[in-house]
Design a protein around this ligand. Sequence first.
Ligand code: FAD
Length: 444
Amino acid sequence: SQMGRAFAYVILGGGVAAGYAALEFARHRDGGVSPGELCIISDEAVAPYERPALSKGYLLPRGAARLPGFHTCVGANDELLTEQWYKDHGIELVLATRVVSADLQQKTLLTNTGETISYGTLIVATGARASKLEEFGVTGSDAANVCYLRSLKDADKMVGVMRSCHGGNAVVIGGGYIGMECAAALVANEIKVTMVFPGKRCMDRFFTPKIAEFYEKYYAAKGVTFIKGARVTSLEASDGRVAAAILRDGRRLPADMVVVGVGARANAGLFDGQLAMEKGGIRVNGRMQTSDYAVYAVGDVAAFPVALLGGQVRRFEHVDCARRTARRAVAAILEPADGAAEQGKKGYDYLPFFYSRVFGLSWQFYGDNVGEAVHFGDFSPGSGHATAKFVVLWVSGGRVSGAFIEGGSREENEETAGAVRRGASVAEVAAELLSRGLAFADQE
Ligand code: FAD
């Protein structure tokens, strides 16, 4: 094998968390690290970028987002870290390189190019990967017109396939984030969309029936057809292209393209048997430190105790979490005596936050969706108007534990976040919403 390199700090993975970690390193080091101190190893060919753009701006028919425009850390209104930025700050980018094994005893990583890279401290930021249809017993993922969406490479394939399908039919498999955002992008690209998913409603692990109904009606007004409670059991293919999706009940849906969004899995496999695992990812403490003192984990791959949830261990596949846990880990590494050790015991002080934007809509969610859901506002807009505004509060023990807001202004979003963070009483928040003209909405 080749001669190896050694770094004090290695970030494994070159996604959102890696980019935010790099910026945090540079800030702590007054603008840059010493040569040979820090490297990022990524199997992607480009410097870290804001992954959520792939299902939004990147897929627009006109004026689409392209690199270098959405490298990290523009998503948090911060610096744009181009490849040159890493050079200027002494950070080595080892791109298009996959780590194939990790030896935590030796503190080494072996790459697919045969190099051994050793570290003093390792930050695992390997994120997650899209689950494949094959995991559900359906073959055909390799077809030229079947798209997944996790990486820039996937997004480029999807853009190419969309261009060749103008005016045609797409079948979207899955009713989660990826399915919903891709369906909206396909409509914008003038492709007819049929969404198929096994649940009773879209985003069913999270949306209440009333929330789901709103978005489904909105999508239907945009021409999207929903086939709920259904499974695709096979793809009909010829010459490497899919021509139709076949449902369990025998229905045949003609397809010029297929988009698959059937969930994700954390990329934790390199550390099986070497690190404590939980929630399908790597278990860390409130400082993002794993069961090996020299190894930290951040972003989608990390399961950490959340102080706001009484120390419950959670793993989030959301960009805000990747940004914050990355900063948290770097601060913990570079300021070991920052007084956070104590906080580390009850968990990281993090308010779970997710968002999505589709068509002219925009929602945000804060906290935890436990307890009873109380709905405020208008859930029945006319066909396809982007002026809807509603709020759903999850209430447990008289306190607001979670809140969902569609169409909020920046100020309203921040107020909502604040109410969840301080566990405001439901009476207080309800009074505030009513005074803003958001009436109680009937629960179905
Ligand atoms: P990633 O950004 O996935 O980065 C992981 C990196 O590690 C990748 O570069 C990967 O190639 C690399 N890697 C993995 N294994 C290896 C290895 N063995 N060797 C070398 N490199 C490796 N979240 C939201 O909150 N809102 C949204 O609207 C939203 N939209 C999204 C849209 C899309 C299309 C996708 C895919 C995700 C979206 N997310 C969204 C989720 C968000 O992007 C993730 O939570 C975030 O990217 C996680 O950051 P990460 O650094 O942990 O992982």
